[in-house]
Write a protein that binds this ligand. Structure first.
Ligand code: UT7
Length: 340
């Protein structure tokens, strides 16, 4: 059968051509938390692997849109494209700067991406993979050629800074990838997404004014904050991350030996280790940066992907497996054949 022009476009794959990330300048260490809540560096390190996290400041222009735009610029520079080349900007976030408009439209303005259309996707910490799924399908369907996919969150703005069970875990940051249409047999190989609304109450936000710690008086704080059932979420996270990772492998007739790097959502080092064990993957193949960033929600995977690529850990034709889990509940995977 001879492919028509439309068929050819329909067969296009989506290829990641650039990565970028950005984090606020201010770092809060576990020691700093000892002056905020009843906790210790020892407890946080042993139970989570986290040593420090970045916390945004309004005074330093580190809004959600600011951080995302910085990450986007770096990704576009790597891809060798300009903002005017973008058809689409899709942003995974649960902390846009304002309820209306979307973070994506504010990022569009900051980048001057005048030819794109832009919108947010809300899927908790799985937001980046949901956004990537949207763009992958838009490119496969021929409705988009070049897109910016962003994962960004500023969870510091929705924390209860008096709840030691949550405030020590989270941080702010953004990651972005440029995704382009390609005729090559490379790029995004598969995506799998799931959600379970029955368990939404394991992690949600509620209305109320949380107190701001004195050392963070330049920080934005919204009139609602997070409530988390950490222990139950922990068990769900391990089971969902490992099962979706294994599903991606079996769907593509691959084994863990075929994968160069697994990049899991960075929530807790113990969750990452237990997930790797269940997947039969050695920790040498698992990228982690939770010790430096804490859990940055939608930012977590694209920040880690950007770091891994810039450190030279990914080569052309390597398979990298991304797995995420978050509020909703939501979870998902993307298997990517690397080609930058
Ligand atoms: O990104 C979305 C997904 N997020 C997650 O998946 C997070 C999942 N959950 C976790 O990472 C872990 O459950 C936590 C790190 C939140 C908690 O670890 P845990 O081993 O499950 O501890 P726990 O909740 O069972 O609490 C054990 C004890 C409690 O004290 P008691 O009741 O045994 O006296 C807590 O009050 O640790 C206490 N605790 C703390 N102690 C010192 C809780 N937070 C702290 C803290 N410092 N920051």
């Amino acid at each position: 059968m001879i492919a028509t022009e439309k068929d050819k476009l329909m067969m296009h794959k989506a290829r990641i051509t650039g990565t970028g990330s950005a984090a606020p300048e201010r770092i809060l260490t576990n020691k700093d938390f000892e002056g905020i809540v009843d906790t210790s560096d020892e407890w946080i390190t042993r139970r989570t692997g986290i040593k420090e996290r970045h916390i945004a400041s309004n005074a330093r222009n580190e809004s959600t849109a600011d951080l995302a735009s910085q990450a986007g610029l770096k990704a576009m520079e790597m891809a060798g494209i300009s903002a005017a080349d973008l058809d689409m900007i899709v942003v995974g976030t649960v902390t846009p700067d304002q309820q209306i408009p979307s973070a994506a439209c504010m990022i569009q303005e900051a980048l001057n991406a005048e030819n794109a259309f832009a919108f947010d996707v809300s899927a908790g910490c799985t937001g980046f993979l949901y956004a990537l799924w949207v763009v992958n399908n838009a490119i496969s369907a021929g409705s988009c050629r070049k897109a910016l996919v962003v994962g960004v969150d500023r969870l510091s703005t929705i924390l209860n800074w008096q709840d030691r069970g949550t405030c020590v875990l989270l941080g702010d940051g953004a990651g972005a990838v440029v995704v382009e249409s390609t005729e090559k047999e490379t790029g995004i190989v598969s995506t799998h997404l799931k959600s379970d609304g029955k368990a939404w109450d394991l992690l949600y936000s509620t209305y109320g004014n949380a107190a701001k710690p004195e050392i963070l008086d330049d920080m934005d704080l919204k009139p609602y904050y997070l409530i988390m059932d950490g222990n139950r979420l922990y068990k769900k996270a391990v089971s969902c991350l490992s099962s979706i990772g294994l599903e991606a492998l079996s769907h593509n007739d691959l084994t863990s030996d075929d994968i160069t790097l697994v990049i899991p959502h960075q929530a807790n080092m113990r969750i990452i280790q237990a997930t790797a064990e269940r997947m039969g993957v050695s920790m040498d193949m698992v990228y982690t940066n939770v010790e430096k960033f804490g859990n940055t929600s939608s930012g977590s995977i694209p920040i880690a992907l950007d770091e891994a690529h810039r450190k030279g850990l990914l080569k052309t034709d390597d398979y990298v497996l991304l797995v995420a889990f978050g509020a909703g509940l939501t979870w998902g995977s993307a298997l990517v054949k690397w080609d930058i």
